[in-house]
Design a protein around this ligand. Structure first.
Ligand code: G6P
Length: 367
């Protein structure tokens, strides 16, 4: 067991550290003239560019990857994307048919609801593309096209490296779609790719600084409840941060769009309640800061995640986590590291069974 963990205390920590390599493996060989290319899976750029509507359907962490994908594809490629939880999608008579693409995202490729959503999509005439980690799994076999992520085996129930490589595919699809639809030219597309290729090294650097996460985790561990907030892409990341933290630490956590707090959730804020605010998006920084000040005025203990260059007055946050400066759209690749490490160290400090949290399964093959 110890050998399998490669010297790490838990599989989760080992898998967090495997992310730079997993991301690099997932993009390797998937370019044509520097432009992302998935024709190996049977789906060409021309086909991708023609779909009327795109759906992302998945469960849990994979659904959060789809949410990031939606923001990216809509922003960079200007194509409408709908994200749905598989267990909802399959029972709500979805409006899909010929000319639409349903993208199923799944680490295991065996999640019962995602598999059912896939079968329903095919029955309704849509094309299906799966983004799957486990080779030869049911979802991979049943879908029209499959793009494999190359995370390698993920043992810990809480998904980390599988999420990063799902995000990686979302980025590559967004870049490719933006190019094929003429929103960006080939040079711009190559420039996006070049910037993305710097991510593995940036993650490696981020992983070196563990003390700050351990310290902040020691401030979170006694909370009964906490909130994760953000806007735009940061909102998607905050959903994943909140899920990660609650599933392994058992601290109640909710994620909220920062601007929505005032419509109810702010009444939950009491003295000392932790609020983790993700604020990497430059155009939204001021807006998020004003939401943070609102919770701070009501006693919240604020942990803030910002880019290095973001100007934030010293009275805004109690604890500040700085991320390397990057293009705003790339931030979810980097913010995934602090949210994983905060969840991990909080669970460790609470003495939880990190790799096997109670009541959860790695792969949910029954409905
Ligand atoms: C379970 C796992 C989660 C995972 C979800 C979807 O709930 O505990 O980590 O995100 O299933 O799994 P999949 O294999 O379809 O990605």
């Amino acid at each position: 067991d110890a050998a399998e963990k490669g010297g790490y205390e838990h599989f989760m920590l080992k898998e967090i550290h495997e992310q730079p390599v997993a991301i690099a493996k997932t993009i390797a060989g998937r370019f044509k003239d520097g432009i992302p290319d998935f024709s190996e899976s049977g789906i060409t750029a021309e086909m991708l560019g023609k779909y009327k509507r795109i759906y992302m359907v998945a469960c849990g962490t994979a659904m959060h990857a789809g949410l990031v994908g939606k923001y990216l594809i809509e922003k960079l490629a200007r194509v409408e994307v709908t994200v749905d939880i598989a267990s909802e999608f399959r029972y709500r008579s979805p409006l899909i048919g010929e000319g639409d693409l349903v993208i199923l995202i799944s680490q295991s490729g065996e999640t019962a609801d995602t598999l059912a959503a896939l079968k329903l999509s095919k029955k309704l005439g849509a094309d299906t593309l799966s983004v799957v980690n486990v080779i030869g799994s049911s979802i991979a076999r049943e879908s029209d096209y499959v793009i494999y992520t190359h995370a390698g085996p993920e043992i810990s129930v809480a998904s980390t490296k599988a999420y990063s490589v799902q995000l990686t595919i979302m980025y590559m699809l967004a870049f490719q779609l933006a190019y094929v639809r003429g929103v960006i030219d080939a040079d711009q597309c190559r420039e996006y790719v070049r910037k993305f290729q710097e991510i593995p090294d940036e993650i490696t650097a981020l992983l070196e600084d563990k003390e700050q996460y351990q310290y902040i985790a020691s401030k979170l561990m006694n909370a009964d409840s906490l909130l994760y907030i953000g806007r735009g892409l940061d909102y998607a990341t905050s959903m994943e941060g909140s899920l990660k933290l609650k599933e392994i630490s058992y601290i109640h956590s909710e994620s909220y769009a920062a601007g929505e707090l005032k419509h109810g959730t702010i009444s939950l804020i009491t003295e000392g309640m932790p609020v983790i605010a993700i604020a990497t998006q430059e155009d939204l920084l001021e807006k998020t800061i004003s939401n943070v000040l609102e919770v701070k005025a009501r006693g919240a203990m604020v942990v803030m995640l910002c880019k290095e260059k973001a100007q934030v007055a010293s009275n805004v946050a109690d604890y500040m986590i700085r991320l390397p400066d990057c293009e705003d759209f790339l931030a979810p690749m980097l913010t995934s590291i602090p949210i994983q490490l905060l969840a991990y160290y909080t669970a460790v400090l609470k003495g939880r069974d990190v790799d096997k949290p109670r009541n959860l399964a790695k792969s949910v093959t029954v409905e």
